[in-house]
Design a protein around this ligand. Structure first.
Ligand SMILES: Nc1nc2c(c(=O)[nH]1)N[C@H]1C(S)=C(S)[C@@H](COP(=O)(O)OP(=O)(O)OC[C@H]3O[C@@H](n4cnc5c(=O)[nH]c(N)nc54)[C@H](O)[C@@H]3O)O[C@H]1N2
Ligand SMILES: Nc1nc2c(c(=O)[nH]1)N[C@H]1C(S)=C(S)[C@@H](COP(=O)(O)OP(=O)(O)OC[C@H]3O[C@@H](n4cnc5c(=O)[nH]c(N)nc54)[C@H](O)[C@@H]3O)O[C@H]1N2
Ligand code: SF4
Ligand code: SF4
Ligand code: FES
Ligand SMILES: [Mo]
Length: 909
């Protein structure tokens, strides 16, 4: 459509509003009840404009071809000014003290030349609610625009808010009206971000002083990869706000990315290198960089020269950038001369990398998250999205509210199970049986896309033969569910036009995790729901901010950057030429194998970057034995982690807030990371530390800056060849594969052919096999471990923030029937014993876990969950079976408050 705004000609798409046209023309019309993330409400009347002889609200009026819009129309302006004047007249004067860039209300007043409130003093005196650590309410500033309510409903899907009262007294209320902190609010910050008047605010925004710096970056917590703006004042983060056109988050965020930044200036951040120079029993002491580097270089060089390069095991960080991971694997292969390099992907989505590659060709999800917009049915397996990937969880809620069907396959009644059409409450470790049962339904009931199977897939005959053993009754019995439930799940997925599969660790962290990924992928292949126009494919919910990237960059024992095999002489030759070195041909050790080799004396040194293996890796007693068996341990971290306590050298690393580079999110999007803060003390980036250490060992790794490292990686890796910092800065995030500078990158993969050897998708015939660890008479319960909303993995960051007020301590979820049997009341202490250790937790009674199962996380060192977990691992990839641990429970009879005092976050500097 072509139309004009104050005589400026503009072109707007079909469906645009008058406001869209006004903004396209670059003309300012104030708005108060409007937010581009929400359905327009048209209630405040501040956006009135003239169209011919009428006065219309710009935000709700559709634009039409050749429309002549007049923003200066006198009657429109007068009416808008009056509406605003009335609103403002009810507010206390402090409403206008907020800096204009932080208040749409103040900007609107400036626009109309309103300087003081007319009825100053005639306020409601309704008071404040400061009960929540992050979301602060000043009721007197509420203008009842309803944006917070709509934000909570239409974007977050939590429905925590409503407007209560009448007329002058209308004000937002959380939950049933008690303190905000005890409402269902999940602290996504959406309402605060939308509030135009400052009624809803947050600690960092309450201070009227300007920010000294604002950086646009990518969240460093989870793999969703939200685009955030980090605002700095007094050399610390003052606030973080979501970028409204962030490609993944679209103006949304969660309690971690949005608010949990205080760790960055926590007093116990490491600010100087530490060394243990007097032998392993001496304490760690601060050292200069020169001394620590020389000490680390000598330690590693001695072991390499005495016991050979393969006597060193290196773990690179899925929290660090691509460029740092690129450099870390180059360090292992060039400076140490070993392929003993792995990353945290081993503990989560290694089965996805291997399983998805075998099924489709690439080691990542098949589609972009944007494709979910078009889905009519989502099948979620083993992913607790509203807590672990909250921004995607919120999106899925909205899709379901708009009519998409939902199948949830999870032993626990997670949040999304509450809105599911079918909840398949499988027994932990029985996915393959359930997925095979659903596959059987797809074939038997005619949902399989025979044409697709004939032209684009292999393996149907073998699969059909195997599925003879999986009629729904039998599959359901193995999975511990009713046959009708499996059939219903199969029918919903089968009948959908554009079904999507979204899965997480409930599929991968099992003794047969790769089989889980393959048998789940079967469903998409049978249905022809992958690699076809409009399809939604299979999304693997990668966990850490850069766990996809750490593997993409080749921090893997058998693969160089871009999943190029180290065993391929041609590939090695290319790397050798660029690196001026000899990449070893033999694949190296995986993480769990490094521990076994250390205990056996074959690995003598470990170099661990940004992973707290002593807390988060399985069977931590075993990990500690491995660390103790090493002659030398090097670690980089932000804090003195449990692993750092075992190290001989600890280098102080900087967080994502303090460095430059890129991350790859769960849907293969390469996104920029930019520094907002200066490093604390003498802390340095992992990038710089690797360079300094290699130089101290007499090796120059080249690529002096992160941009150079990305360029070198791109030149060596066909699938990243088109990616560079310059291009990301210019064009925004890019999906890989991105093969040249003109390639826009591929969100939806395989439209022409799959990237397997023969270009066809591969169905897999995999039988159900029992978990590695089974409950028995002595250990009758199954302990599931996983995530909660407020804390993140080891907790090293989230525990050092006010998130600690939201969840002060670890708890064990237990069904009330089990609790009654054990004589336990809510909050009592229970001792959990596995075949390896015993750990005490306060119990939390909930029927989200079925009887016989319990659930906890692993974010608190004083309840070391991984002392319990087993070393059983995926037979294909070595990914630990974190999701199934056989345990016994016993009342522990100690006062929970004494054993687990509700700690507050330590002070910040
Ligand atoms: N708040 C928060 N967010 C996080 C993290 C965090 O620590 N805290 N960590 C990040 C990381 S590293 C990762 S990898 C992701 C993980 O994200 P998710 O994969 O969603 O995380 P989990 O909670 O470990 O496991 C998911 C679900 O699997 C279910 N499950 C267990 N066993 C089975 C089974 O046999 N079959 C099926 N179908 N389901 C099963 C569990 O009940 C659980 O609900 O989250 C990331 N985001
Ligand atoms: N029982 C149980 N255990 C599990 C799991 C489970 O489901 N159940 N899940 C597993 C999974 S999926 C994962 S991903 C792991 C996560 O385990 P970890 O990787 O150990 O945990 P994180 O807390 O993500 O971060 C590790 C460390 O990195 C540091 N760090 C953060 N940013 C940086 C940086 O930029 N540079 C450096 N050098 N350090 C940094 C943090 O301070 C922290 O100490 O846990 C695994 N452990
Ligand atoms: S912070 Fe998020 S969840 Fe909480 S009330 Fe606001 S919009 Fe709702
Ligand atoms: S959803 Fe993930 S990436 Fe987004 S703000 Fe939360 S933790 Fe950060
Ligand atoms: S912004 Fe248009 S009516 Fe409120
Ligand atoms: Mo993870």
């Amino acid at each position: 459509m072509r139309l004009s705004v104050d005589d400026i000609g503009v072109e707007v798409p079909e469906g645009a509003t008058v406001l869209d046209a006004v903004r396209a023309a670059g003309v300012v019309v104030p708005t108060l009840c409007y937010d581009e993330r929400l359905t327009p409400q048209g209630s405040c009347r501040v956006c009135l404009v003239g169209v011919r002889d009428r006065v219309v609200p710009a935000c709700t009026t559709p634009a039409t071809d050749e429309m002549d819009i007049r923003t200066g129309d006198e009657s429109a302006r007068d009416a808008a000014r009056l509406a605003l004047d009335l609103l403002v007249s009810q507010l206390p004067a402090r409403a206008l003290d907020i800096p204009a860039e932080r208040s749409e209300l103040v900007r609107a007043c400036q626009h109309f030349g309103l300087t003081v409130t007319r009825f100053d003093g005639a306020t409601r005196d309704a008071g404040v609610d400061h009960s929540h650590p992050y979301v602060k309410l000043d009721r007197d500033l509420c203008i009842a625009c309803n944006r917070c309510v709509r934000m909570c409903a239409e974007v977050q899907g939590t429905f925590a808010l409503e407007l209560a009262g009448r007329g002058f007294d209308t004000v937002v209320v959380a939950g049933t009206g008690g303190p905000w902190v005890s409402s269902p609010c999940v602290a996504c910050g959406g309402c605060v971000d939308s509030c135009p008047s400052g009624a809803l605010s947050e600690p960092g925004l309450a201070d009227p002083r300007p920010f000294s710096r604002t950086a646009t970056t990518t969240c460093g917590y989870c793999g969703v990869g939200c685009t955030l703006r980090v605002h700095v004042r007094d050399s610390a983060v003052a606030a973080v706000t979501p970028v409204h056109d962030g490609p993944v988050n679209r103006g949304h965020a969660c309690v971690k990315g949005r608010f949990a930044y205080a760790y960055s200036r926590s007093r116990d951040r490491l600010t100087r290198p530490l060394i243990r120079a007097g032998g392993r029993s001496s304490p760690l002491r601060p050292a200069s960089w020169d001394e620590a580097l020389a000490f680390a270089a000598a330690g590693l060089t001695t072991i390499r020269d005495r016991h050979g390069p393969d006597s060193i095991g290196m773990i690179s960080s899925a929290r660090a950038t691509n460029e740092e991971n690129y450099l870390a694997q180059k360090f292992a292969r060039v400076a140490l001369g070993t392929n003993n390099i792995d990353n945290c992907s081993r503990l989560c989505h290694a089965p996805s990398a291997v399983g998805l590659t075998a099924a489709f060709g690439h080691a990542g999800g098949t589609n972009s998250v944007d494709d979910l917009d078009d889905t009519d049915c989502i099948l979620i397996a083993g992913a607790n999205l509203t807590e672990a990937h909250p921004v995607v969880g919120a999106r899925i809620k909205q899709l379901v509210l708009r009519g998409a069907r939902l199948v949830v396959i999870d032993p626990r009644r997670i949040d999304l199970a509450e809105m599911a059409d079918v909840h398949v409450q499988v027994r932990p470790g029985s996915n393959v049986a359930a997925f095979n049962g659903i596959a059987r339904v797809l074939i038997d009931e005619g949902y399989a896309d025979q044409d697709f199977l004939r032209t684009r897939a292999n393996g149907l005959a073998e699969l059909t033969a195997l599925l003879a053993d999986y009629p729904p009754e039998h599959a359901a019995r193995l999975a511990g569910v009713a046959p009708e439930t499996l059939v219903a799940a199969g029918r919903l997925y089968g009948a959908a036009r554009r079904p999507a599969i979204v899965y997480g660790l409930g599929v991968t962290e099992h003794a047969h995790g790769t089989d889980g990924v393959r048998t789940l992928s079967n469903l998409a292949i049978l249905k022809g729901a992958v690699g076809t126009p409009g399809c939604c494919g299979v999304l693997s919910m990668r966990g850490q901010n850069n766990v996809q990237g750490a593997s993409d960059m080749g921090a893997l024992p058998d693969l160089l950057p871009g999943y190029q095999p180290v065993t391929d002489a041609g590939v090695r030759a290319r790397f050798n030429r660029t690196w001026q070195a000899e990449v070893p041909a033999r694949p190296g050790l995986r993480i769990l194998d490094m521990f076994a080799a250390a205990i056996a004396g074959r690995v003598r040194a470990m170099y661990v970057i940004g992973e707290d293996i002593a807390q988060t890796d399985p069977d931590s007693g075993n990990v500690r034995r491995a660390l103790a068996a090493c002659d030398f341990v090097v670690n980089h971290d932000l804090f003195l982690s449990a692993t750092a306590e075992h190290a001989d050298v600890v280098f102080p690393a900087v967080s994502f807030l303090e460095k430059e580079g890129t991350f790859v999110n769960f849907d293969r999007r390469v996104q920029r990371v930019r520094p907002a803060l200066d490093p604390p003390g003498e802390a340095r980036s992992d990038f710089d530390i690797l360079h300094l250490l290699s130089r101290a060992m007499g090796v120059d790794l080249g690529c002096p800056t992160p941009a150079h490292a990305m360029a070198e990686c791109a030149a060596l890796t066909p699938t990243f060849a088109g990616i560079s910092h310059a291009r990301l800065d210019r064009d925004g995030p890019l999906h890989w594969p991105c093969r040249d500078a003109g390639d826009p990158g591929e969100g939806r993969l395989y439209l022409n052919s799959f990237a397997t050897a023969d270009g066809r998708a591969a169905l897999a015939a995999r039988p159900y096999l029992p978990p590695g660890e089974q409950p028995d008479g002595r250990f009758p319960y199954v302990l599931i471990t996983g995530r909660g909303l407020a804390h993140y993995n080891s907790g090293s960051m989230s525990r050092r923030t006010p998130n600690r007020q939201l969840q002060p301590r670890e708890v064990l979820d237990l069904h009330p029937d089990d609790a009654a049997r054990l004589g336990l009341a809510d909050g009592d202490l229970v001792e959990v014993t596995s075949r390896r250790a015993a750990v005490t937790y306060p119990v939390h009674l909930t029927d989200t876990v079925p009887p016989g199962q319990t659930f906890t996380t692993f974010s608190f060192p004083d309840a070391p969950t991984n002392a319990l977990t087993s070393d059983a691992a995926d037979s294909t990839t070595g990914c630990p079976e974190y999701k199934v641990t056989a345990v016994s429970l016993r009342p522990a009879g100690v006062d929970a408050e004494k054993q687990f005092p509700p700690a507050v976050a330590p002070p910040t500097r």
